[in-house]
Design a protein around this ligand. Structure first.
Ligand SMILES: *[C@@H]1O[C@H](CO)[C@@H](O)[C@H](O)[C@H]1NC(C)=O
Ligand SMILES: *[C@@H]1O[C@H](CO)[C@@H](O)[C@H](O)[C@H]1NC(C)=O
Ligand SMILES: *[C@@H]1O[C@H](CO)[C@@H](O)[C@H](O)[C@H]1NC(C)=O
Length: 432
């Protein structure tokens, strides 16, 4: 009898301990292991922790130290446990219908239909009429981070544009605030003009400079757009059958600006896009029609441009435009295209190798924020035809294109292809 009692006395706590050990193990496994699925490592760690926590329970009733020690190690395991759970969730095993995004945040499956609310919204529009908000809505559908409001040009409130105040050119305007203030107080106009600004639905086309535009007779189709955007010195005169006659905006940096004053078309806005701090000084000279003086010692505040100093090629010395016809492109579009849409190297927010988007892609980015429908023409290089002309207005051949230090054409093309594939932009020349 008495030995049996003793045995029970010993057995009972052991059973209890055994039960606690077993059930806590079960519990932990249940919480962290959920599906002990490839998760060999976490499972092993869990059982180690379990034994630790059991030991502490056995050793003491309530002392603080082990209790503290317990959750700490548990916390670590929980961390790795959730990590493995996330792996399971994002993996192929569960929920295959879950949307999947690429590194830039674009939906991998781009063949998305119009969201139902837009099908309804556009349902009553007659065939071919402008669809309000179309480009931005389609963009948001494949790129949920897209936030439409971003003004085309800088205005007197430009210092409130939080996203660009802390970046140097070309990704922002830091260090150039004073000169921009001076320029904007003289240009005094910050929009497209009353007619276009009051349109309830705007269709924009960005005309690239590619040789692919040649002999396609797209001129009259291009002229139908409300806003026709041209880049740098791309001519109109002499090419109107293929490129149209209308120019609403001409976006330009100093090296790309038209140099022959007679080649500037009337009624177009001169839209300046800065890529380096010096560019703003050049713009100030163009706005104030400052003469190019050659006495830097006598006039130290006047920037002297002789040939290519500070620029990578010669620049226009005179822009035949009134201040009221000059605008400054919001640098946010360069930043967003580079770092968010294309995924070029951040380089601490500074210009560096291969992190500058081409002006064409910057213009498209601007249009996504400011136009209801967006089309392009003359974009894309076909490297399989080295003897085809690079530009529609020059005889330079495609084969002349060199590996660019500033741009990453192939990465940029990946982004533009997404826009075309998802029907966000219409490519009239099918070069993208
Ligand atoms: C489209 O037209 C129908 C019938 O005229 C009308 O009931 C409906 O509200 C309209 N939808 C929109 C978005 O205007
Ligand atoms: C366009 O047509 C003209 C005249 O027919 C021709 O000389 C030229 O080579 C063509 N250009 C291209 C890019 O096909
Ligand atoms: C362009 O991007 C690709 C992929 O990130 C990279 O391998 C390549 O070196 C880049 N080219 C340039 C010119 O920076």
């Amino acid at each position: 009898m008495k030995p049996a009692h003793k045995l029970l006395f010993v057995l009972c706590p052991m059973l209890v301990l055994g039960f606690i050990y077993y059930s806590s193990g079960k519990l932990h496994l249940h919480v962290w292991g959920q599906k002990p699925h490839k998760g060999v490592e976490p499972t092993v760690k869990v059982s180690k922790v379990t034994s630790v926590s059991v030991k502490t329970t056995v050793k003491t009733t309530v002392t603080k130290e082990p209790v503290v020690e317990g959750p700490v190690s548990v916390g670590r395991i929980v961390g790795s446990g959730t990590a493995s759970l996330q792996r399971v969730h994002s993996g192929q095993h569960e929920n295959p219908s879950r949307p999947e995004f690429d590194k830039q945040g674009f939906l991998l499956n781009l063949d998305t239909k119009l969201p139902p609310e837009l099908v309804y919204k556009y349902g009553n529009l007659s065939e071919g009429s402008c669809k309000p908000g179309y480009a931005a809505a389609k963009m948001s559908a494949i790129y949920p981070k897209f936030n439409k409001p971003a003004s085309m040009f800088l205005d007197r409130n430009f210092k409130r544009l939080a996203k660009v105040t802390n970046y140097l050119p070309p990704f922002g305007f830091k260090t150039q605030e004073r000169i921009i203030d001076v320029i904007l107080s003289t240009t005094k106009k910050y929009g497209l003009g009353p007619d276009l600004d009051s349109l309830s639905c705007k269709r924009c086309i960005i005309v690239g400079n590619g040789g692919i535009l040649s002999n396609k007779s797209l001129g009259s189709r291009i002229d139908e757009y409300d806003v026709v955007i041209r880049l740098n010195e791309a001519p109109v005169s002499g090419y109107t059958r293929d490129v149209g006659t209308k120019t609403t905006l001409r976006i330009t940096y100093p090296e790309g600006a038209i140099q022959k004053t007679e080649r500037y078309e009337k009624d177009s806005l001169f839209v300046f896009s800065a890529f380096k701090p010096l560019d703003f000084k050049w713009l100030r000279q163009m706005v104030f029609k400052e003469k190019l003086l050659t006495f830097p010692v006598l006039f130290p505040t006047v920037q002297i441009y002789q040939g290519t100093e500070g620029f990578w090629k010669s620049v226009a010395h005179f822009v035949p435009r009134q201040p009221s016809e000059i605008r400054i492109l919001n640098p946010y579009f360069i930043q967003e295209a580079a770092f968010q849409f294309i995924g070029l190297p951040q380089n601490n927010g500074l210009m560096g190798k291969g992190n500058i988007p081409t002006l064409g892609t910057v213009a498209i980015t601007m249009a996504l924020h400011n136009c209801d429908e967006v089309a392009v023409a003359g974009f894309g290089y076909d490297m399989n035809t080295p003897h085809a002309p690079l530009h529609y207005y020059e005889t330079v051949k495609m084969s002349a294109i060199k590996e660019s230090w500033t741009h990453n054409i192939s990465k940029e093309k990946e982004f533009l292809r997404k826009l075309v594939k998802a029907n966000i932009i219409t490519d009239l020349t099918n070069g993208i």
